[in-house]
Design a protein around this ligand. Structure first.
Ligand code: ATP
Ligand code: MG
Length: 490
């Protein structure tokens, strides 16, 4: 890609970007939230059109106007929000749209997909329905789909953000094998250790410009961080917990059922004190999501009770639980914002009543309120921007601002830094620690053990809907937690 420039109105998302990918190379693409990584890749895949610059494929000028053109040139892309058809099988998804002119024989197709999955070393069951697959498995289907279309270049936009560590390892093994066969991969990630361990070369973007393209062997994590954000030190340090107060959030024998009516929380008893962060560790799918829903009033408890400072809030519903002082930062950012609405509207969303005068919304107040939060949280956006145009980190800051400005007594936060760059991660973690100092009781649900260890005062481990252990962070280590997370009790 040569001298690529892409503007969105006044914003220059890519500024004279040069990007070179060689055959058989795994090439890391790094940069802060909003640096322009996804934009550049969307241009390569034909989803956006560059305002300036050109693309060469195997030395020849390529006019890529749509993903169809990209696919014809051997370029495939796996985005974070998969484009799979849920009620269909793996085979149907893989061959879908690739069989023009042929009558599709299913048996034949299953066999072909099976063979492709063997050849590429990507394990999936061709006959499985996509809706029954885990996130990691769905990602494999997307990759297989690209390879089946004879991709020679595979673009992976933050593939590991949705994977648990074991799944990420599997992905890396597949990539290494594909690389041996001559596949080239563009790998976007915010996790510098991943980039260091699997890439051959790294290109770093900052503010839409290339800051450098370096051989991975010849660089270090601090160097990459410095190129990305212009400074080196990262990580927040947690002060000792001196101010743990009374119990604020109290769960007693809480039980709940999942969407199929199966028991998914089996007698959860847990206290969170004022000024304390309790980390909830566990492998995804062990009841964490349902516990968060029970705590924000969107799922019913079938037994047990929940109290917030002595007030019984069991099954009272979302509005009342929020009124009792519970703030929620949910796992799926996109779910808690209205993507078609503006930043300002989203910031006012949960307490619109405060912006009503004589029965009508006061838009000026809504905008002023947004301007204040944007300044305070250093959000790169203006009040009237549509939420969907924000980068992941900025969207997370909007949600954080909306929840934290109310100084909730209890904060339920799930995967708060997933997909965020190092700077934004540090920012979010610092904000949570600030709330702890202010006396909030925080329940931190995360699959990232490093995050849990860095922020929590105590760590509770959930396994198959039960708390199988609670330990002070000072006595915890990855091995102990790992055992508990796989259901091994003392
Ligand atoms: N469709 C769009 N309309 C307007 N602005 C956009 C659009 N897409 C991206 N932008 C803006 O372009 C800039 C670059 O965004 P991009 O998504 O490429 O960043 P990124 O490096 O992928 O960030 P992240 O790490 O958060 O995914 C951001 O400021 C973003 O708000
Ligand atoms: Mg992106």
């Amino acid at each position: 890609m040569r001298k690529i420039t892409k503007r969105f109105g006044a914003l220059v998302a890519n500024d004279q970007v040069d990007f070179t990918l060689r055959r058989g190379q795994i090439h890391g693409l790094l940069g802060e939230n909003g640096a322009g990584k996804t934009t550049l890749m969307r241009i390569l895949y034909g989803l956006y059109h560059a305002d300036e610059g050109h693309i060469l494929v195997k030395g020849r000028a390529a006019d890529i106007r749509s993903p169809k053109d990209a696919i014809r040139l051997g370029i495939g892309m796996v985005t974070q929000h998969f484009a799979l058809v849920l009620p269909l099988t793996v085979t149907e998804n893989v061959v879908l749209g690739y069989t023009d002119g042929f009558r599709l024989s299913l048996d034949n197709a299953h066999q072909q997909v099976y063979e492709a999955s063997k050849r590429f070393g990507i394990e999936v069951d061709p006959k499985a329905l996509v809706k029954n697959l885990s996130v990691g498995q769905r990602q494999r289907v997307e990759i297989l789909k690209a390879l089946y279309r004879q991709a020679e270049v595979l673009i992976l936009d933050e593939p590991t953000a949705v994977l648990v560590p074991q799944e990420a390892d599997q992905l890396f093994q597949s990539l290494a094998r594909l690389q041996d066969d001559g596949l080239s991969v563009i790998f976007i990630s915010h996790k510098l250790n991943e980039v260091m361990s699997i890439t051959d070369q790294v290109t770093v973007l900052r503010g839409g410009k290339v800051m450098g393209a370096v051989e991975t062997r010849q660089t270090t994590q601090p160097d990459l961080a410095r190129m990305m954000v212009g400074r080196e030190t990262f990580g927040v340090t947690k002060a000792n917990n001196t101010g743990r107060g009374r119990v604020v959030l109290q769960l007693l024998d809480v039980a709940a059922a999942d969407d199929k009516g199966l028991s998914v929380l089996k007698g959860i008893t847990l206290d969170v004190h004022a000024g304390e962060i309790v980390g909830l560790a566990g492998v995804s799918g062990n009841g964490q999501a349902e516990l968060a829903q029970v705590l924000d009033g969107t799922r019913r408890c079938t037994a047990g009770s929940i109290k917030v400072t002595e007030q019984d809030v069991t099954n009272v519903g979302p509005a009342q639980i929020m009124a009792a002082g519970v703030g929620r930062i949910p796992e799926d950012r996109h779910e808690s914002v209205v993507t078609e609405m503006s930043v300002a509207q989203n910031m006012a969303l949960e307490h619109l009543d405060e912006f009503v005068q004589n029965g009508v919304l006061n838009h000026r107040d809504i905008r002023l309120h947004a301007e204040k939060l944007i300044a305070e949280y250093q959000i790169k956006a203006s009040p009237k921007d549509k939420i969907r145009a924000l980068s992941g980190g900025n969207m997370q800051k909007v949600i954080l601002a909306r929840v934290l400005e109310r100084d909730p007594k209890v904060i339920i936060v799930a995967q708060p830094t997933r997909g965020l760059d190092v700077g934004a991660t540090e920012y979010v973690r610092r904000k949570l620690l600030e709330q702890r100092t202010k006396g909030a009781a925080i329940l931190l649900i995360s699959e990232d053990l490093d995050e849990i260890m860095a922020l929590s005062d105590r760590i509770a481990v959930i396994y198959e809907g039960e708390i199988v252990g609670v330990l002070p962070t000072v006595t915890a280590n990855a091995e102990k937690l790992g055992l508990l997370m796989s259901g091994v009790k003392d």
